[in-house]
Design a protein around this ligand. Structure first.
Ligand SMILES: [Zn+2]
Length: 331
């Protein structure tokens, strides 16, 4: 009815303005995709299950063919209400203030398939100027880009790799995980979980321009395919790197289980950002799209680690065992 009356009104004056308002209202209610970048289905890997990935940990041979390195790309500070669901019974006492966090990228080098990065760190332009043409001013302000202190740019990381970069695996498609994309070669394949590019939300009206500029010139992103029977992928087909579907924080969020030379490693991505969240089973706050699914994904990962305490765990933005520490605290 409203649409009809709006169109009816158009015949009787101020048509252009009314049409614009109509389109703005329609797009606000529908939201928009995270990015308009192209996507294709990932062909790499063998469909598998989280249960099979976990069962592989029972093998007596805990070490595997992958060399693993965590790189702290930057220090940063964001709101605790984004990092933690402060309504959770275990987080009700936590004050909403700025929390010190870090941005990580991970290098994995497989003895046969070469070197890959998980997440992308910080581009040289952003590291050296403290600013980037790709990042819109409103996004920069809401992301606290002024609090970002880069330790090593992605360009410098790439210069130290033991061989050419064969690919990038993203834990999920959020801006703080693709800030290093401008330094990644345009032809390097980039893999993401299903549904993150097309994920529609009101907030993405403001984010899409920045996401598209960070991905500009890159090949189509390759989406992992999961289905009812397969919630994991055995990436190299040898059980050394598993992608585990962990929807919730974003629809396509994934974790990685790695059989490294130093034993099993779990990268949770932003299914859990903080040491406090991991210790207490508290899912992220306002940065998370679907709290119920995020909680379930976090429960699965915490269970896996309680059954296999030998796993070395790497959280989205803090270290395991790290206590909450307000930004500016000396501790
Ligand atoms: Zn993040």
């Amino acid at each position: 009815m409203r649409l009809r009356s709006a169109y009816g009104d158009l015949n009787h004056g101020e048509p252009t303005m009314k049409l614009s308002i109509l389109f703005i209202l329609m797009s606000l209610s529908a939201g928009c995709a995270f990015s308009s970048h192209r996507r294709i289905e990932a062909k790499m890997g063998t469909p598998a299950t989280i249960a099979a990935a976990q069962a592989s940990l029972a093998s007596k041979e805990l070490s595997g063919p992958i060399e693993f390195e965590r790189i702290v790309a930057a220090s940063w500070a964001v709101d605790r209400s984004g990092l933690l669901n402060l309504k959770h019974p275990k987080a009700k006492h936590v004050k909403d203030t700025l929390e010190s966090i870090e941005i990580y990228t991970y290098r994995i080098t497989h003895s046969r398939y070469g070197t890959f990065l998980i997440d992308t760190g910080i581009s040289e332009e952003l590291a050296s100027d403290g600013d980037s043409d790709a990042i819109g001013w409103m996004v920069a302000k809401s992301m606290n880009i002024d609090k970002l202190n880069t330790h090593i740019s992605t360009k410098k990381i790439l210069e130290t790799l033991p061989g050419p970069l064969q690919g990038v695996f993203l834990t999920h498609l959020h801006l703080d995980h693709i800030l290093g994309m401008p330094d990644i070669g345009n032809r390097v394949p980039v893999y993401i979980g299903p549904g993150d590019i097309s994920h529609s939300a009101f907030l993405h009206l403001f984010v899409q321009g920045t996401a598209d500029r960070l991905l500009a010139g890159k090949a189509a992103l390759r989406e992992w395919k999961f289905d009812k029977e397969h919630d994991a992928i055995d990436v190299f087909g040898d059980g050394s790197l598993w992608v585990l579907h962990m929807p919730g924080h974003s629809p396509g969020s994934v974790a990685f289980l790695i059989r490294s030379k130093d034993g099993p490693v779990l990268i949770t991505g932003d299914t859990c950002h903080t040491g406090f969240g991991w210790a207490n089973g508290v899912e992220p706050g306002s940065y998370t799209a679907d709290h119920k699914r995020n909680r379930e994904s976090l429960r699965i990962l915490r269970n896996m680690v309680s059954e296999h305490p030998e796993i070395q765990v790497h959280l989205g933005h803090q270290r395991v065992g790290q206590k909450l520490s307000s930004y500016g605290d000396k501790s």
